[in-house]
Design a protein around this ligand. Structure first.
Ligand code: NZQ
Ligand code: ZN
Length: 385
């Protein structure tokens, strides 16, 4: 196992009715800005619960944070923060609202020349406004982690800092009942692939991390399809297991002390940045291709994955791996996800643009071994055709 330091101080309030915990989480003398997206929270009762929880607080609101949050939108919140002396942010939504709010929090106290430098120059952030999150879409893990992704002019750029980790997160599975099938699928598959990015590398004998990751993968395979089936769609236990899996998949725990890959995400970000494809739907296209192209480097873990996740124990090692990749693709398709570029109407002619974007973003040595050069990324995108 590799050395690591691990701390995740986000306090989690999990379960039905827990939005009321916000009342005691945010100091009564705080000036709060409630941030949210396109309005789903007004249709599913979440907004009303927030209003109730904050009835004794002073608060304002900032809406319109779009999926794949845009830099220009987020910068508009700065005027509201200045005008009202905001000193606490409450994000209510999915990963985009949580991520966008992290950027708003960092930009508000940024001492450099231009907050865009946080993303484009990866300039270090010293402080940020405190954040709480009410999560409405289990997927990204943003509610308890230090990461955020922001888009500007087709460039989708991540940043990470401990100062933007939320102070608390409310996870109420009941608020996920209003999600569309597409968003449920996106969430399950995003969480699955977060787990894979920290698992499918090479073994360092991290038995705890491996078994935790395998538990998450199996839970998502079991529960994900149930959240789409009419007879189990509204089952709160299914939703609870998906929600907790998604948080655990990217709260830092399973990735501590083991190598990590993240090439699927970095290539996927270019597909979203250039063509607007939903984040998770880029991943379900790229991951199977990464598994195929990097089969040699990932051989040991792919075999472990085949045997422990899909119970494949017959045939040669390579045959078991090929079958496991096929079963992964079948799972994504059962979840209604695309698995090829052609499924989203892209083809060979689009690969050059994607490679140029990867190059301009410095994505030249991806993967756990830094072995995914632009040439290998081309092989991956070609395998995804
Ligand atoms: O905007 P509203 O009206 O809220 O609607 C949203 C949005 O249209 C809707 N939605 C959310 N909760 C709902 C709901 N609709 C009905 N009922 C509910 N309970 O769902 C749509 C998609 O929301 P979004 O927040 O964009 O989805 P997701 O949570 O998948 O977030 C994706 C973003 O997170 C980034 C992605 O790149 C993308 O920008 N990621 C962040 C990560 C992190 N911070 O660690 C890691 C991830 O790998 C990912 O990159
Ligand atoms: Zn993701």
């Amino acid at each position: 196992m590799l050395n690591f330091s691990f701390q995740n101080q986000t306090r989690i309030h999990f379960g039905q009715g827990q939005i009321s915990a916000v009342t005691n989480e945010i100091p009564l003398d705080a000036k709060v800005l409630v941030t949210y997206g396109g309005g789903s929270i007004k249709n599913n009762g979440v907004y009303d619960q927030v209003v109730n929880a904050l009835k004794d607080h002073t608060w304002f609101e900032f809406s319109g944070i779009e999926p794949n949050p845009k830099y220009d939108t987020l910068m508009k919140a700065q005027a509201v923060i200045k005008e009202h002396g905001i000193d606490y942010l409450l994000a209510v939504g999915g990963g985009s609202v949580a991520d966008g709010t992290k950027f708003i929090a960092a930009a508000a106290l940024f001492e450099g020349d231009d907050p865009w430098d946080i993303l484009v120059k990866q300039q270090k952030i010293e402080s940020a406004l405190p954040i709480g999150v009410i999560l409405t879409l289990p997927a990204t893990g943003s509610e308890t982690n230090t990461n955020a992704v922001v888009t500007r002019d087709g460039n989708k750029l991540p940043f990470s800092s401990p100062v933007v980790r939320p102070q608390f997160a409310v996870l109420d599975p009941a608020v996920t009942l209003s999600l569309s099938d597409r968003q449920i699928s996106n969430g399950v598959v995003d969480a699955f692939i977060h787990t894979m990015e920290q698992y499918l590398t090479y073994s360092v004998n991290g038995k705890v991390q491996d078994r935790f990751a395998e538990g998450l993968l199996q839970t998502l395979i079991e529960e994900g399809p149930k959240a789409l089936q009419p007879e189990s769609k509204d089952d709160l236990e299914v939703r609870a297991n998906i929600m907790w899996s998604a948080t655990m998949a990217l709260n830092g725990l399973i990735g501590a002390g083991v190598p990590q890959d993240w090439s699927t995400h970095m290539i996927g970000h270019e597909l979203t940045g250039s063509y607007g494809i939903d984040h998770a739907r880029t991943l379900s296209i790229v991951l199977p291709a990464v598994m195929k192209v990097c089969q040699k480097a990932k051989h040991g873990k792919l075999l472990q994955y085949a045997q422990r996740i899909w119970q494949i124990n017959t045939g040669s090692e390579d045959q078991q791996i090929v079958q496991a990749i096929k079963m992964t693709e079948d799972f994504f398709q059962r979840m209604g996800m695309p698995i090829r570029l052609s499924d989203v109407k892209l083809g060979e002619a689009d690969i050059d643009l994607l490679l140029a974007k990867l190059e301009s973003h410095g994505m030249l040595e991806l993967g756990e071994n830094k072995a995914i050069s632009l040439a290998v990324s081309r092989q991956i995108l070609t395998a995804a055709l």
